[in-house]
Design a protein around this ligand. Structure first.
Ligand code: NI
Length: 387
């Protein structure tokens, strides 16, 4: 069974919605225009229940099928990025400095398309809950919705997510059981010494030398401390110290990110960052102030639900066009919070040969729409069979 015919008929409408969302990008939780349009369309389609303002600006729609059956959550994200668009497309962002550079416009439109089909056909037993979350790009909107009672309020039993993937051909899917995206942590280290005249370093305690040593020492967490076959990233990305070429400053600061696929290695990285920063500080007679923030957890696909997702993607794309053992990505995804709350699976949908995510040239590929929308609809019809 390939894509659903009705979904192919709806493609032009869905693409028009997508381009409308694309032209008016909004950031993090400030997605009120996007959320308002979504809620209005869900009502127009005859969704049985539409709830706004969950997790601040999230939207949830409930579509009831026939009696009996279970409850499945399908999740899309709504927010854009602070990037100046350079696609030159007719539907390019009209909001300076903001852009849908991660395809959340496409995710939202495809899920709306599936909602329209499911509300029309209702060829399933139970409830389909369509979830539109704010603030995926660093604001933990998924967590906010879960904390606002998403799973319990709608009695969601399983939850599924989807993200487009540039480089994967249109019409293909990729997924894996277990960790599929990394945890994303942030650390900051401030070295405090004693500044003074750059010509008299012996009278100072120099934090610049310490911060330089620290950047190098942090590289050993992965290269010397981690099994070469395991995955861990420690990247120092910002350094700040000093104001003048002839003054040793009092403080020097760095920050960076840690990405891991297991809690064990996440714990290890945090412990080593603290040990190394304190050790470098002690070596130089300074103090170190260390902040370590745990942001998104590892996105872990549940085995049973991943197998269901693979079966449905295979039915749409063809078995040989579903990579069921894709390598995990070291990027993060706040659908992880929903997978901590309920069993489910996160799948990648081919976006074809487009620019990469989070680049100014990126645009969601509208030819992927029937595959994504059909995946959602088939997921509901297959997991909640009507007969
Ligand atoms: Ni994204």
């Amino acid at each position: 069974m390939p894509i659903i015919n009705r979904m192919a008929e709806l493609q032009d409408d869905i693409a028009a919605w997508r381009r409308d969302f694309h032209s008016d990008p909004e950031l993090l939780y400030d997605v009120t225009r996007t959320a308002g349009k979504i809620a209005a369309r869900l009502r127009e389609m005859g969704c049985d229940e539409v709830v706004e303002g969950l997790g601040r600006t999230g939207v949830v729609g409930v579509i009831r099928g026939r009696d009996g059956g279970g409850v499945i959550g399908l999740r899309a994200d709504m927010d854009a990025l602070p990037i100046e668009e350079e696609t030159g497309k007719q539907w390019a962002s009209k909001n300076p400095g903001l852009m849908h550079a991660c395809g959340h416009d496409g995710h939202t439109a495809m899920l709306l398309g599936a909602a329209r089909y499911l509300a029309e056909t209702r060829n399933f037993a139970g409830k389909a809950v369509v979830i539109f979350q704010p603030a995926e790009e660093g604001g933990a909107g998924g967590k906010a919705m879960v904390e606002d009672g998403l799973m319990d309020r709608f009695a969601i039993q399983e939850v599924y997510g989807l993200h487009n993937m540039p480089g994967l051909p249109v019409g293909q899917f990729a997924i894996r059981p277990g960790p599929i995206m990394a945890s994303t942590d942030e650390f900051e280290i401030t070295f405090r010494g004693h500044g003074g005249h750059a010509a008299m370093p012996h009278l100072c305690l120099d934090p610049v030398v310490a911060v330089a040593q620290c950047v190098n020492a942090l590289q050993t967490i992965v290269s010397r401390g981690t099994d070469p076959l395991a995955s861990l990233v420690v990247s120092v990305t910002q350094l700040r110290a000093g104001h003048a070429h002839n003054v040793i400053p009092d403080t020097a600061w760095l920050n960076g990110t840690v990405r891991s696929l297991t809690t064990e290695r996440r714990d290890f990285a945090e412990r080593r960052i603290r040990e190394i920063a304190n050790g470098v500080a002690a070596t130089n007679g300074l103090s170190a102030e260390i902040l370590y923030d745990r942001n998104y957890p590892v996105t872990v696909n549940h085995r049973e639900q991943t197998e269901k997702a693979i079966a449905i993607a295979s039915a749409i794309a063809g078995e040989d066009l579903v990579n069921a053992e894709v390598s995990p990505l070291m990027g993060g995804e706040d659908f992880s919070y929903m997978l901590e709350a309920r069993p489910g699976a996160f799948i990648f949908l081919g976006n074809g040969d487009t620019s990469g995510l989070h680049t100014a040239q990126y645009d969601f590929n509208d030819t992927a729409i029937p595959y994504g929308s059909s995946y959602w609809a088939k997921l509901v019809e297959t997991l909640l069979p009507a007969a």
